[in-house]
Structure formats: structure tokens, C-alpha cells
Design a protein around this ligand. Structure first.
Ligand code: PMP
Length: 403
């Protein structure tokens, strides 16, 4: 028998990630790839992790680090994160923090927590592909969230019928894929709309610490805490991650939210994987409590220089009619091509004729639009590769525009 005939209906909405399929093509050494979204391994704090792992396994610490543990997560790490959240304007304590296996797991659990089949998730057009993948398993409808636009709460609610809007999901700082940061009025507007719709807000802050210039904007959760005076009365659920700052391989993220939400997520965590690996949590805690600020300064300086190089190279090599974002942080620049151009077709051509890779933008749109866009990553290429790669991309686009 063909077992796929009896897969659950939720599986039908799940497609293989185009990015993952694409990354398989990139093993050839002479390809310059702006397709990934990963940190530069040369910037991992290796020595600090060696020391922290050794500590977590010595002096009797092994009894905790190698043993089963609580689903909420390693308490010293939760306390440290609560302190960091307070610094960002979110007064809270450890009971408001759940450690997750990457923030990706938080997105999956939040989909599971809120979405019944046919409910609506409001997302950006485009939005983080991994969020679409996580939510898709719960058979939602997607509608386009326009934080600065003039669609009313009533309009969103009508479009969601007979289901209802359960949450608005946003990548707030230097978003994946656009690099764009939500302004403070847009954040306040999202809170107003969510209040009018009586839905949750999922604030994805994966890139929050990677700001290279401009003034920091308070998280949506901080703006809401200022309104309510109490995190336990807030509808915003903040998802943080150490993947972009310390190590994605250790899979440590967190949720900061009202206690009743955390309590429910703990039950999902118990059903999912019991807890995030304690050894990894202990190592992250020790490294974060060490010279985290110094480390952040170093990685920001390195990524800032690469971003500047990419923006300068785009200025030099892009043909007329191509537009791009100028991110204040993060890892991505987003290109919009003249209408009618197709990023996916261009990729095939770019790989073959110029050996340069990027992610076609269409993958990030829940409605399948956005063909005339593409995402470039600047964090995992050297400045020299950026110069050469953007010159190659310029040739591909100039050629396609002439054709
Ligand atoms: N959110 C966004 C916006 C991301 O770009 C990513 C990783 N690419 C994640 C969440 C998930 O990251 P992690 O699970 O490693 O914390």
C-alpha cells in the first residue's frame, strides 16, 4: 500500500522547504551563495563553549547536565533571560520564561496552541518561511497583516469568517526575509488591532540583538507592558533565540509571555520533547553570563561591515529598476525586481551562468505572489565574496532585463 494515501489531512499543506532543496545544490566550491540565513561559524565563541561544556560535565554538574530535567528549562538561564527582558522594558520573572529547542519550536507550539483548522493567522506578505511551515501543519488560513495599513479589525475578522483571527505573527527587527524593522507607531497599531480583534500577537525577535545602527525600538511586548502594567495581562508572546548571537546548533530559544500561556506551552513541551537538552542550556547560560556584550559587539562589527559592503556593491552593480532595502541590522537585504521578472527562473540561470545563489522571494509569500523579489544574506560571506557575488548577480539581472 501507499502509506501517503492515509497521511492526515494536515500533511497536505506541508511542502518540502524550497530553501532546503536549494541548499543541496550549493555544495560546489565555486558557488557564491547569498541563499543561506546562517551566522558565520568563524564568529562562534568556541573557547567559551569549550570551557562551559567542560564545567557542565565536571564537579558533579553531570548529575544535572546529563539527567532528565524540568520542561520549563534550566532555572539560572530563565532567570538571566528574565533580567534581559526587564532591560528591554518587559518586567517579568522566570515563571514568564519557557526555554524552547530553538525559537522554531516555539512557533510550532504556538501554532498548535492557537490554530484550529480554518482559523486565520495574520502574517506579513512576505514572512519568515519557517513560520509559514510551522503554522501550516495546523491547517490555518493566512491573511495579509499590514501593520501600517488602513485595513480595520472588522475587515480582518470578516475575511476570517467562519473561522476567526487567532494571532498576528511578526518578525519585528530586521525581518527575515526583508531586513525591515517595524516602526514604533506600527507596533502600537498592531497592539490596537489585536485588542480590537481580541487575538494574540506573536513577536518573533530572532534578530533583536543584531542592530548595527539607528536607535533600538522597544519590543511590542514592552509597549504592551507599558499599557497594562503587568506581563500576565499581556496578549503578546515574545519569541527569542540564541541562534543568531551564540550558536544555532545548540538549539536554544525562549518564549516570554503571560504565565497562563507559559503554563500551557509547558504541557505541549512535555508532550513534544520533555525538555530542551540541559547540557546545551547550561553551556548557553554560562557563555551568556560571561562576556556576552563584548561578543555581541564583535559580531555586530563584523556583520555591519558586510552589510555596508553589500549595499555599496548593489549600488555599483544593480541595473536600473531594481530596488532594495537598507536594513539597520540582521542578516538580509531584500531585492524587488521590475514586474514580470521571476526570481525562481533567475536562480536557475544565476547558478548555471554565474555561479551565484540567492533565495527567490516567492517562497516567502503565503499567497504565492512576490515572484519579482529575492532575498540576499550577507552574514555568511566574506566582504570579497560579497563584491564578486553581487557583481555576478548584477550581470545576471542586467542580462535578464535586456532579454
Ligand atoms: N524566526 C526567524 C525570523 C528566523 O529567521 C529563524 C531562523 N532562520 C527562526 C525564527 C528560528 O530560529 P531558531 O529556531 O534557530 O531559534
Amino acid at each position: 500500500m501507499n502509506l501517503s494515501d492515509i497521511f492526515a489531512s494536515r500533511i497536505q499543506g506541508m511542502k518540502a522547504s524550497e530553501i532546503r532543496e536549494l541548499l543541496k545544490l550549493l555544495d560546489q566550491p565555486d558557488i557564491i551563495s547569498f541563499a543561506g540565513g546562517i551566522p558565520d561559524p568563524a564568529l562562534f565563541p568556541v573557547q567559551a563553549f569549550q570551557d562551559a561544556m567542560a564545567d557542565a560535565l565536571s564537579n558533579g554538574n553531570h548529575a544535572a547536565s546529563l539527567q532528565y530535567s524540568t520542561s520549563e528549562g534550566y532555572l539560572p538561564l530563565r532567570e538571566w533571560i528574565a533580567g534581559e527582558m526587564a532591560r528591554l522594558g518587559v518586567p517579568c520573572n522566570a515563571e514568564n520564561i519557557l526555554i524552547t529547542s530553538g525559537s522554531q519550536q516555539a512557533l510550532d507550539y504556538l501554532g498548535k496552541l492557537f490554530l484550529s483548522p480554518g482559523d486565520t493567522a495574520l502574517v506579513g506578505w512576505p514572512t519568515y518561511l519557517g513560520a509559514l511551515g510551522a503554522f501550516n501543519a495546523y491547517e490555518p488560513r493566512f491573511d495579509r497583516l499590514q501593520p501600517g495599513g488602513n485595513r480595520s479589525a472588522q475587515d480582518y475578522a470578516q475575511a476570517a469568517a467562519p473561522g476567526r483571527v487567532k494571532f498576528a505573527y511578526l518578525s519585528v527587527d530586521f525581518a527575515n526575509p526583508t531586513g525591515v524593522t517595524l516602526t514604533r507607531p506600527e507596533r502600537e497599531n498592531v497592539l490596537d488591532m489585536a485588542a480590537a480583534m481580541d487575538c494574540a500577537v506573536i513577536e518573533d525577535a530572532a534578530y533583536q540583538s543584531l542592530r548595527y545602527d539607528g536607535a533600538a525600538i522597544p519590543p511590542i511586548l514592552a509597549l504592551e507592558c507599558a499599557r497594562t502594567g503587568d506581563i500576565n495581562a499581556c496578549r503578546t508572546i515574545y519569541c527569542g533565540s540564541f541562534s543568531k548571537t551564540l550558536s544555532p546548533g545548540l538549539r536554544i530559544g525562549w518564549v516570554c509571555a503571560a504565565k497562563p500561556v507559559i503554563d500551557q506551552l509547558v504541557l505541549l513541551k512535555q508532550a513534544g520533547d520533555l525538555h530542551t537538552p540541559t547540557l546545551n542550556q547550561m553551556a548557553i547560560a554560562e557563555v551568556a553570563m560571561g562576556d556576552f556584550e563584548g561578543h555581541l559587539e564583535r559580531i555586530r562589527a563584523s556583520y555591519r561591515a558586510r552589510r555596508d559592503r553589500m549595499l555599496a556593491a548593489l549600488e555599483q552593480h544593480m541595473p536600473k529598476g531594481v530596488e532594495w532595502t537598507r536594513p539597520e541590522g540582521g542578516m538580509f537585504v531584500w531585492l524587488t525586481l521590475p514586474k514580470g521578472m521571476d526570481g525562481a527562473k533567475l536562480l536557475a540561470d544565476a547558478l548555471k551562468s554565474e555561479k551565484v545563489a540567492f533565495v527567490p522571494g516567492g517562497a516567502f509569500f503565503a499567497d504565492g505572489s512576490g515572484q519579482n523579489s529575492l532575498r540576499l544574506n550577507f552574514s555568511s560571506s566574506s566582504q570579497q565574496q560579497i563584491d564578486v557575488g553581487i557583481a555576478r548577480l548584477g550581470r545576471v539581472l542586467t542580462g535578464a532585463l535586456r532579454a
